[in-house]
Design a protein around this ligand. Structure first.
Ligand code: NI
Length: 233
């Protein structure tokens, strides 16, 4: 993609190519998950008032994560959503307002996801590559209406329920394996408070923190549901 853009500029003016070239050095080189142990930390239902602090924590560890945001919350947190992308995190579609997609018609689902895609694209300049259905709820109508890869999870921290940072750390470290997708909710202070220790402990075990798309790569198929990288084999 980048090479094509530079090539296009070359045909118009050499000067622009010179100024565009250093940007290539800024492109993130993601770890190779075939060589190292990878985990995808995912944060749902935000952005919220604790998300900026979470981004500081992730940045400190050079950890990348995936945020399944609600379209309805983007206007209030445009800078935070833009910061996610600037720091090489992934922003995914978690619907406009957390509807249970199994209760909607195909047209309602498509409209909801499109409206959310557009809000994310307005804030970040990028259309999300993946989506996550609220509650993990999908029926045949929803599966047929959704054309992005649908990302579920294999490690559920239940952070929204117990609101206990120690429990969140405990479940995450106990259940995470190579290629896991871990579910958190960054709208809760107690979930964000767990993250420094989650990063320390998993890092000590040798895990690299990557985005869902970095970990699952181009092998993901639109309209297919995945719980973790192992579910792709
Ligand atoms: Ni949710």
């Amino acid at each position: 993609m980048h090479k094509i853009a530079v090539g296009g500029l070359l045909t118009t003016t050499g000067l622009l190519t010179l100024t565009a070239a250093p940007a290539a050095a800024d492109v993130r080189q993601a770890p190779d998950c075939a060589e190292v142990e990878c985990v995808a930390l995912t944060f749902d239902d935000g952005p919220g008032e604790h998300t900026d602090e979470l981004l500081d924590m992730l940045d400190e560890h050079d950890a990348k994560a995936t945020f399944y945001v609600l379209g309805s919350k983007i206007d209030a947190y445009t800078d935070v959503v833009r910061r996610m992308v600037d720091q090489d995190h992934e922003v995914g579609n978690h619907t406009w307002d957390h509807a249970d997609l199994a209760t909607l018609s195909a047209d309602q689902i498509k409209d909801d996801l499109k409206r959310t895609d557009q809000a994310i694209e307005r804030a970040t300049g990028q259309e999300p590559a993946t989506m996550r259905p609220p509650y993990g709820s999908l029926d045949d109508t929803a599966r047929g209406a959704i054309d992005k890869p649908m990302l579920l999870w294999d490690v559920d921290t239940l952070d929204w329920q117990h609101r206990d940072p120690a429990k969140t750390v405990d479940i995450t470290t106990r259940e995470t394996g190579q290629g896991s997708v871990v579910l958190f909710h960054d709208i809760h202070k107690t979930s964000v408070e767990a993250i420094p220790e989650v990063l320390d402990r998993l890092s000590d075990e040798g895990y690299e923190f990557v985005t869902v798309s970095e970990m699952m790569g181009s092998d993901m198929v639109g309209g297919t549901a995945y719980s973790d990288a192992r579910s792709m084999d």
